[in-house]
Ligand binder design. Structure first.
Ligand code: G1P
Ligand code: ZN
Length: 543
């Protein structure tokens, strides 16, 4: 098979962010654009004799991109390709498959929770041999390559039938189309008490709904919840992955998962509900008329980990992203294990997991995970909750309230201002950074500022440093405001303001978070001048 060298030119702006390279589909469709980035990966990761995993969330352009990548992987000398049938692999399933088959890495095609379709977003990311997102050193190497490339390598070959499982030889490469669900489902079965969960789900009195949002988790949830755990057919809704996610926004929050939210309401509301995002790494979990904040979810899973087979021996430690509330810290303290505070983005958990310093980790942005893979894992979190419910036989709301009674409650909210003028948003952050040293001791909206800094992280495993990861304002009553700009948006800038405050008065644990945090919310505007700098009266999204 003849390897072809095709001339290409470096494309500007191919710098992968925290979750790989995300752009509009039309950008990826420019001749040589995807090829340029893929060759940059292949120039940095030697494929000879190696296995590469390939799959995506099923969005528009997934199949075309996979055909391009197959031909290039063959030309670049990979020994074996493992490709999810139909081009499907959820992000956590890709992580699972990379680890299980000792691949040198995997290419996952997804723009996560961003909408899909010809006019929407596409994305590509590389996961390393440990199954986790490429570390910064690697993404920096990819970027350097994209700036220098003169040509890419490919072969001329017929398109591979992605819908037939099986193996074929293409040049010197073995191309295998694999069941995208089986390995992942087996891993879940090895972690959780499927017998107990089956008895909870199969008698019909405990009713659940999983909303796959026409994204990648449909086949996974159907196999695990319905086929293996006996939940009645129809428990998984919007189960078929569609190229445009049915026109929806595959982001598991109260606004976008409205069909699910409706089913949870009122006397006849379901007992447990959950949703995941485009590529299956995020989770939202709900009880009847009850929303579980992801920060609380991490803390509650940690507090109860020993009732799940995989974590029966106890957990080594917990990590949370900096803006995530400190609810998990309280549990770590009670358990006598370490709690790590990392910058936003899953990749910072990888070293801690690989070094065995932590077992569980999570972010406020609906991401929770453990050492079973190296990605956050939506369905894993759902199964963890179901396992707890099968053991405790209590309503979801009672479990969460019981946790607050024991540990106190960390009220938390995140306010997002989207599509801002990028320069104005940067300027606001710069002005705030410049004033940081003058803030401590100041009084704002009845609150007293105790300290202010710009979060910097030193990785305890490899010593690498990450600066300017978000501005933190601490108040004397223990509450906190964090400001940072999103690293994943594709249009303009997104300002995220995170607010949290601790309450342990047993009579004050049932407030609406927006009310409980009202003073802090107004302090956030007064300190940073959000309204005046952005011209926005209200955040676009409140979670
Ligand atoms: C967002 C979330 C972050 C998450 C990332 C990838 O990043 O805030 O927690 O790791 O998506 O799913 P951001 O847009 O804030 O940079
Ligand atoms: Zn995602």
């Amino acid at each position: 098979m003849q390897v072809q060298q095709i001339q290409t030119q470096p494309f500007s702006g191919q710098k992968p962010g925290t979750s790989g390279l995300r752009k509009k589909v039309v950008e990826f469709q420019q001749p040589g654009y995807l090829e340029n980035f893929v060759q940059a990966i292949f120039n940095s990761v030697d494929g000879s004799g190696q296995t590469l995993v390939i799959g995506g969330d099923g969005r528009y352009y997934n199949r075309q991109a996979i055909q391009i990548i197959i031909r290039m992987a063959v030309a670049n000398g990979f020994a074996r390709l493992l490709i999810g049938q139909g081009g499907i692999l959820s992000t956590p399933a890709a992580s699972c498959v990379i680890r299980k088959y000792q691949a040198c890495g995997g290419i996952v095609l997804s723009a996560s929770h961003n909408p899909g379709g010809p006019d929407e977003d596409f994305g590509i990311k590389f996961n390393a041999a440990n199954g986790g997102p490429a570390p910064e050193k690697m993404t920096e190497a990819f970027y350097q390559q994209t700036q220098q490339l003169q040509h890419y390598l490919t072969v001329e070959a017929e398109a591979i039938d992605l819908d037939q499982q099986g193996s074929q030889q293409l040049g010197n490469t073995q191309v295998e189309i694999i069941d995208p669900v089986a390995d992942y489902a087996d891993l879940m079965q090895s972690l959780f008490d499927f017998a107990a969960m089956k008895s909870l789900l199969s008698d019909g009195s405990f009713r659940i709904c999983f909303d796959a949002m026409h994204a990648v988790t449909g086949p996974y949830a159907s196999e695990i919840l319905q086929n293996r755990l006996g939940a009645p057919a129809g428990s998984v809704i919007n189960a078929q992955p569609l190229e445009d996610f049915g026109g929806g926004h595959p982001d598991p929050n109260l606004v976008h998962a409205h069909e699910l939210v409706q089913r949870m309401q009122g006397e006849d509301g379901l007992d447990f509900g959950a949703a995941s995002d485009g590529d299956g790494d995020r989770n939202m979990v709900l009880g009847r008329d009850f929303y579980i904040n992801p920060c609380d979810s991490l803390a509650i899973l940690a507090a109860n980990a020993q009732s799940v087979p995989a974590y029966q021996q106890g957990i080594a430690g917990i990590a949370r992203s900096m803006p995530t509330s400190r609810a998990a810290d309280r549990v770590a303290k009670a358990l006598g294990v370490d709690c790590y505070e990392t910058p936003t983005g899953w990749k910072f958990f990888g070293n801690l997991l690989d070094a065995g310093k932590i077992t569980l980790c999570g972010e406020e942005s609906f991401g929770t995970g453990s050492d079973h893979v190296r990605e956050k894992d939506g369905l894993w979190a759902v199964l963890f909750w179901l396992n707890l419910l099968a053991v405790k036989r209590q309503p979801v709301a009672d479990i969460v309230r019981g946790h607050w009674q024991q540990y106190g409650r960390d009220y938390f909210t995140r306010h997002d201002y989207e599509g801002l003028d990028a320069e104005a948003a940067q300027q606001m952050m710069t002005r705030l950074r410049d004033r940081l040293s003058t803030l401590s001791g100041q009084a704002v909206a009845d609150l007293q500022i105790e300290a202010a800094d710009d979060f910097a992280y030193r990785d305890p495993v490899d010593g690498s440093e990450s600066q300017a990861q978000g501005i933190r304002i601490y108040f004397e009553d223990g509450s906190r405001i964090v400001y940072r700009l999103s690293g994943t948006g594709t249009e303009g800038a997104t300002l995220r303001v995170y607010l949290d405050s601790y309450q342990n008065d047993p009579g004050l644990l049932e407030q609406d978070p927006q009310q409980a945090l009202a003073t802090l919310i107004s302090a956030a505007d007064q300190i940073a001048g959000i309204k005046s700098s952005t011209g926005r009266e209200q955040p676009d999204v409140i979670t």
